[in-house]
Design a protein around this ligand. Structure first.
Ligand code: TYM
Length: 350
């Protein structure tokens, strides 16, 4: 079975972008894969060191995973800090990755802002830890939103450089796997990760500005739908969402040049499990005053039960912690097995 890994940071409220770009895909992938889903609490230190409510945030992401339908018995749900092998492999990857590669990361440039000298070293090395998260399990498939694409390309570069640099050491251990690089067969330790970014909403945009990503850090709460929003809030935010004055286009006219309409149609399509073309063939020629109430109904029907279940789960933090502890233990066993192989490949004495 293919091995799926993905992570979500315990910072701020989860929103519809996190749900459609990531968590909903996590749920669907459980059927045919072995899945590991992680609350990446070590990553949460990169932008801000002290979090008053770190534990609550970790539990809240875990509750969202469970409420959305992730099964922590068949699969693994845990928080990153419980498995120190992530940080250990990240150190090795820090020595594999080149500074020039890190300097190209657009998320670092955005998050570091103008005064880059004051950004934490952790923020700079963030993608290296992310590569370690995935590769410490030798996972192959990673469901994420589009904003993580560049980080996954870096994970592939790190894996490839490790494989090539240690090629002669991997072979005799018999630990490698045969992969293809283009048409070339290569005996590698780490697999090439495949990003899973497809679907009608790989990048959910702000409800206030169709050219900006929906984000936890946007100061306007009206820009996003939070998983914890109730029916009234969802309804208000969609009613107030920015649109243009025209009716929805037909399938042939398409959504080019209409970012807000494109975003709402993408959200509708993702929630209804349809393509954008299907949505346009249903609503083309209609006004937003017709489309928005249908979108509200759909969003409330999808998010309402998740919201209610999250609230129920949050009332029993002991249960959530037990889920994380159990997942942490199983994750640690798997990570340690692979780390021992990595230590042997490098030549560390143990
Ligand atoms: P994070 O916590 O910022 O976001 C969690 C997931 O939500 C997706 N996402 C979106 N998708 C569509 N539209 C949006 N507006 C939107 N905003 C966020 C993100 O792409 C992500 O999939 N670096 C990661 C966490 C991470 C990780 C990993 C992911 C750490 N290690 C290993 C995969 C594998 C992050 O900050 O996600």
């Amino acid at each position: 079975k293919p091995l799926v890994f993905s992570g979500v940071q315990p910072t701020g409220n989860l929103h519809l972008g996190n749900y459609l770009g990531a968590i909903r895909k996590f749920v669907a992938l459980q059927e045919n894969n072995d899945c590991i889903y992680c609350v990446v609490d070590l990553h949460a230190l990169t932008a801000q060191l002290v979090h008053e409510d770190m534990a609550t945030q970790i539990r809240s992401i875990t509750a969202a995973f469970l409420a959305a339908g992730i099964d922590p018995k068949k699969h693994i749900v845990f928080n990153q800090s419980q498995v120190p092998q992530h940080a250990e492999l990240a150190w090795i990857f820090n020595c594999v990755a080149r500074i020039g590669w890190m300097n190209r990361m657009t998320q670092f440039k955005d998050k570091a802002g103008k005064d880059r000298e004051q950004a934490s070293l952790g923020l700079y090395a963030y993608p290296s830890l992310m590569a370690a998260d995935i590769l410490v399990y030798r996972a192959t498939h990673v469901p994420v939103g589009e904003d993580q694409k560049q980080h996954l390309e870096l994970a592939r570069d790190i894996a490839m450089k490790f494989n090539l640099d240690f090629h002669d050491k991997i072979k005799p251990t018999g630990l490698g796997i045969d992969i293809k690089v283009g048409e070339e067969p290569v005996h590698a330790y780490f697999p090439m990760v495949e990003p899973l970014i497809d679907g009608p909403a790989p990048r959910v945009m702000s409800l206030k500005d169709g050219t900006k990503k929906m984000s936890k850090s946007d100061p306007s709460d009206l820009s996003r739908i939070n998983l914890m929003d109730d029916q009234d809030a969802i309804s208000k935010k969609i009613r107030k969402a920015k649109t243009d004055p025209d009716a929805l286009p037909s399938e042939t006219e398409g959504l080019k040049g209409r970012p807000e309409a494109d975003n709402l149609v993408g959200i509708f399509a993702a929630l209804a499990d349809k393509s954008k073309a299907d949505v346009l063939s249903e609503f083309g020629g209609q006004q937003f005053s017709v489309f928005k109430p249908a979108l509200i109904d759909l969003a409330v029907a999808a998010l309402g039960p998740i919201n209610a279940e999250m609230r129920r789960l949050m009332e029993d933090p002991g249960h959530i912690d037990a889920v994380l502890r159990d997942g942490g233990e199983r994750a640690r066993t798997r990570a340690e097995k692979n780390m021992n192989e990595v230590r042997d490949i490098i030549g560390f004495v143990r």
